[in-house]
Write a protein that binds this ligand. Structure first.
Ligand code: ATP
Ligand code: LTN
Length: 362
């Protein structure tokens, strides 16, 4: 952090403007002081992280920690909006934390913590809930999808996006890296922040979503019209970051394609092969057109075999690091430190919101 107003004196205006433009993507000026922007995101401990979570969200988390002040949460309160086995929830929460680190998050650069260890999340969610409407929540497509075929849906599933807004707003986050299935939730968060600020005075930073331009939505392997999801019933619809090489092979070899044999990106007519091309491209760094050329005249079998290898190579590094960290005391220490750091910031925002609402603060 440094005082930007002091820099003003030493620099020509033209030069200063250029510097500001250069810096503004990742920095901001707050009260004359140049500060890093803040990023916040979360993953539910509903199962093991899959390559959709990894390619759509986690890889962005890792990149952002180089230039922003990052907070990454394991959102266990969100996960209980659908039934969870307590023993599995416990293990999955630590698994996700370990996978955060195994995929490249550095606790020295990013604050990593478990949502339920910071009570301010649930408290702010209530304050926001009292300033939101059933109409806007009923429009959320994730709610509609997850409550489909249920006569009466769990209340937590309905109010889920408000808890998500509380997560983000507590940390004055400027940027929220997520897969594009979360677009609607980010819009709602912005609406809630603006509404609260207008009603009760400047309280929250209005955040922006950050979506990958390519690969923001990895589709299920067994049905490329649906997104890959942790809670899917068919284990072969996804590849978890902890899958064995044999399971990866089975999932890819069985992946739904089409009756042609041409390897060509065409989301509308060839959604299965387009999804596999996206995955291949993101893991290998090769462009789609490079891949189309490379596999011209080859059948799906050759392409799929190579893809299995590419995925397994990438997963091996992650799994080796995961094994080291998962059982270590270091993991618990990281989460404790994360809780302390997160609580400090979250409590300040919560007090600001309560004060502006007119609550008596003792
Ligand atoms: P669940 O099946 O329990 O709803 P999920 O697989 O959708 O879980 P989340 O924990 O809800 O995963 O999401 C974590 C992050 O991964 C979010 O940023 C979300 O947008 C992103 N994400 C989830 N699924 C995909 C996907 N198929 N493609 C790209 N990004 C995804
Ligand atoms: N709803 C998100 C998980 C989530 C989240 C958040 C993401 C909960 N709180 C805050 C970003 C910021 C999902 O991926 N399903």
């Amino acid at each position: 952090m440094f005082d930007f107003s002091r820099l003003n004196k030493g620099l020509e205006k033209r030069c200063l403007d250029k510097l500001k433009r250069f810096l503004y993507d990742e920095w901001m000026i707050n009260g004359g002081v140049l500060m890093m922007k803040r990023a916040f995101s979360g993953v539910q401990p509903t199962g093991n992280i899959h390559i959709g979570n990894y390619l759509g969200a986690l890889r962005q988390f890792v990149e952002l920690q180089e230039t922003m002040d990052c907070f990454y949460c394991i959102v266990d309160l969100h996960s209980i909006t659908v039934p969870q086995d307590p023993k599995e929830l416990y293990e999955h929460s630590l698994d996700v934390a370990a996978l955060y680190i195994a995929t490249g998050l550095d606790p020295k650069k990013s604050t990593i913590f478990i949502q339920s260890t910071v009570p301010a999340h649930a408290e702010l969610a209530w304050l926001l809930q009292c300033n939101s409407y059933t109409g806007e929540l009923s429009r959320m497509t994730q709610f509609k999808d997850k409550s489909r075929n249920q006569e009466s849906a769990p209340t937590g599933l309905f109010t889920y996006p408000i808890l998500m807004a509380a997560d983000i707003l507590l940390y004055d986050a400027n940027v929220v890296p997520v897969g594009n299935d979360q677009k609607q939730h980010i819009e709602l968060t912005r609406d809630l922040a603006i509404r609260f600020n207008n009603k009760f005075g400047e309280t929250f930073v209005v955040p922006e979503g950050k979506f990958n331009t390519f690969g923001a939505r990895i589709m299920a392997l067994d049905d490329p019209t649906k997104k890959m999801s942790k809670s899917a019933e068919n284990p072969f619809s996804l590849i978890s970051l902890l899958d064995t090489p044999q399971k990866v092979k089975k999932s890819i070899m069985r992946a739904t394609t089409d009756s042609e044999s041409e390897i060509r990106y065409d989301e509308e007519n060839k959604p299965g092969i387009s999804n596999l091309l996206t995955i291949y491209s993101l893991f290998s760094g090769l462009s789609i057109s490079d891949l189309e050329k490379k596999y011209e005249g080859c059948g799906y079998g050759t392409f799929k075999k190579d893809l299995v290898e590419i995925i397994n190579e990438s997963l091996k590094d992650i799994q080796d690091r995961y094994q080291e960290i998962r059982k270590s005391d270091e993991l618990i220490q990281i989460l404790k430190e994360g809780k302390e750091k997160a609580s400090e910031i979250a409590n300040q925002t919560l007090i600001r919101a309560k004060k502006n609402l007119g609550f008596v603060l003792l």
